[in-house]
Design a protein around this ligand. Structure first.
Ligand SMILES: Cc1ncc(COP(=O)(O)O)c(C=O)c1O
Length: 379
């Protein structure tokens, strides 16, 4: 049996998405910038995809810019805030994705911005009072806080953060890479300036995403070149990627409630089964409360076998992710788990689910884990 429980890293392409993409890899190959019929066909397809994405977020198509994925979109949001919106101070957390953290840290190291870290509560949520305080003490600020953490799943109360940002006229960017296609989003109800997306996190293709830019702000390109993306991103568009992204988001939104319910059930089931099978098991982050339903971060007891946990799971045909056991001198463990003060000498593994995950796969995984921990106790 092969079990894939690493859906926060990437998801399998949906067959329906592939079917929508194929015509744009074969008969519709025109360059969307060409003015002849071949080009007009593909241009129309891209604008159709933009409309569909915009509709799902309740924004204008002119506020959607296709990119190469989440990393580029995060970079554009942050760098544009600094270069074009006069931002000299940014607030973030120590547990952001590196696409955000490393970009902000580089700008701080270059002396371009001052960077502040907002406090986290013991289970890894943003301390909103501290956010308010930091904003009140500083000049116009960029607040960059992810919607859901990719390792522990903790969810940000976007509406509340948006309100605090509005009070101080701050720019609000949220990395929504892990939540796009997993929650309904109405951006008219949130005071927000930038959100980001990567299609491969919801059964779309890799190497394509988008940046939402609130129409009230004007920024310059990150990548200069041709006049693609209304002069915001030079380079011939990833045509079939964009078609795939829009189709994947349409499917995700169409089936949202059903999948939310199904995957939440699987996650709860795995929590219960693990508690029963492995004494001393713990969960990182807020686990079942205010937490992304596709992600479960498990902290195992410290045993010899535990150190080889991911390797042993892989041998058993189970794909998960972690690397957070801090075993060697150079291995610092996960920056997220360290950021929330978790004991990184104990091995943690992130299991992440999708609509294709089955109860049988969870049973198989829990039974393998139980074996791994039981064998050690007998040795
Ligand atoms: C929260 C978050 N932000 C950004 C990214 C980067 O996305 P991409 O690899 O598509 O550029 C990821 C992907 O792992 C992510 O989980």
């Amino acid at each position: 049996m092969k079990v894939y429980l690493d859906n926060a890293a990437t998801t399998a392409l949906d067959k329906e998405v592939l079917d929508a993409m194929i015509p744009y890899m074969t008969e519709h190959f025109g360059n969307p910038s060409s003015t002849h019929g071949f080009g007009r066909t593909t241009r129309a397809a891209i604008e159709g995809a933009r409309k569909s994405v915009a509709k799902s977020l309740n924004v204008s198509p002119s506020e959607i810019f296709f990119t190469s994925g989440g990393t580029e979109a995060d970079n554009q949001a942050i760098r544009s805030s600094v270069h074009d919106l006069g931002i000299k101070h940014a607030i973030t957390t120590k547990i952001e994705h590196h696409a955000v953290l490393h970009t902000l840290e580089a700008l701080a190291e270059q002396g371009v911005i001052k960077l502040s870290f907002v406090n986290l509560t013991p289970n890894g949520h943003v301390d909103l009072k501290h956010l308010d305080q930091l904003l009140s003490e500083n000049e116009r600020t960029l607040v960059s806080l992810m919607h859901a953490n990719n390792e522990i799943g903790n969810l940000l109360p976007m509406k509340d953060v948006g309100e605090i940002c509005a009070k101080y006229n701050a720019i609000f960017h949220s990395d929504t890479v892990q939540t796009m296609g997993h929650y309904a989003m109405d951006l008219q109800k949130i005071n927000i300036h930038f959100i980001t997306c990567a299609a491969h996190k919801f059964h779309g293709p890799k190497g394509v995403g988008f940046l939402y830019v609130n129409g009230n702000i004007k920024i310059n390109p990150l990548i200069y070149g041709g006049s693609q993306e209304r002069n915001m991103r030079g380079g011939t568009e990833n045509l079939y990627g964009i078609i795939g992204l829009a189709k994947a988001l349409e499917i995700a939104n169409r089936d949202l409630e059903e999948h939310q319910k199904y995957i939440t059930g699987l996650k709860k089931y795995m929590v219960e089964q693990l508690k029963e099978a492995i004494p001393g098991v713990d969960f990182n982050g807020s686990c079942l409360e205010n937490c992304l339903y596709t992600v479960l971060s498990v902290r195992f007891p410290q045993t010899e076998n535990a150190e080889m946990l991911l390797f042993n799971l892989d041998i058993a045909g189970i794909a998960a992710s972690g690397g957070s056991a801090c075993t060697s001198g150079s291995d610092q463990g996960s920056h997220v788990l360290r950021g929330i003060g978790v004991d990184v000498t104990r091995p943690s593994v992130r299991f992440s689910f999708c609509k294709y995950t089955t109860k049988e796969e969870i049973d198989f995984t829990v039974s393998k884990l139980k074996q791994l921990f039981t064998v050690k106790e007998m040795a």
